[in-house]
Design a protein. Structure first.
Length: 166
C-alpha cells in the first residue's frame, strides 16, 4: 500500500509523464552506465597530467575508457557491503604502512649519509693535525708518504667529500 501511494503522489506531481514513463524512470535507475571523459596533457616542463576537465591553451588527448555498468547501493547485500568496507580498510592500512616504511627508510638513509660524511670530514680534520702520514704495506710495515703523496691523498679525500657530501 505504501508503494501505491508513492506512485500516486509521483503521478500527480509529474504532469504528462504517466505510469509508463514513471516505470521507465524507476527501471532505468536500477542499472546505470557510468562514463566520464578523461584527458591527458603535458605541461611546459614535460610533466604528464590526467584529469576530468580539459585545460585551455594546451594540446589535450582524450583517453577512451570502457563503460562500466553500475548498480545502485540498495542492490548490494549487507555482507557484500561489509566485505567491500573491509577491503577498503585493509587497502588504506596497507598504504599507510607503505608510507611509514618509506619514511623510516628515508630517515635511516639520511642517518647513514650523515655518518658517512661525518667520517670523511673527521678524516680530513685528523689529517690536518698529523705531521707524518703513513700507510701499511702487505707485511704490515709503515710506509711514510712524501709531502707530495700526502697532498695528493688529502686532495683525493677532499674531492670525495665534495662529491659525496656536497
Amino acid at each position: 500500500m505504501g508503494m501505491e501511494l508513492f506512485v500516486k503522489v509521483i503521478q500527480t506531481r509529474v504532469m504528462g509523464v504517466g505510469l509508463i514513463g514513471l516505470l521507465g524512470f524507476f527501471l532505468g535507475g536500477l542499472s546505470t552506465v557510468s562514463h566520464a571523459d578523461v584527458y591527458t596533457w603535458k605541461d611546459k616542463h614535460g610533466q604528464v597530467h590526467f584529469g576530468d576537465k580539459a585545460p585551455t591553451g594546451t594540446t589535450v588527448d582524450t583517453i577512451d575508457l570502457p563503460k562500466v555498468k553500475t548498480t545502485p547501493a540498495s542492490d548490494v547485500s549487507e555482507i557484500e557491503r561489509k566485505e567491500r568496507q573491509r577491503k577498503v580498510i585493509e587497502s588504506i592500512a596497507s598504504e599507510r604502512k607503505e608510507r611509514e616504511d618509506a619514511r623510516k627508510k628515508e630517515k635511516e638513509d639520511k642517518a647513514k649519509f650523515a655518518a658517512k660524511c661525518s667520517k670523511i670530514k673527521r678524516r680530513i680534520e685528523e689529517s690536518k693535525g698529523v705531521n707524518l702520514f703513513y700507510t701499511r704495506d702487505k707485511e704490515g710495515n709503515k710506509v711514510y708518504l712524501t709531502d707530495k703523496q700526502r697532498k695528493a691523498a688529502d686532495a683525493e679525500v677532499m674531492k670525495k667529500y665534495v662529491k659525496e657530501c656536497g
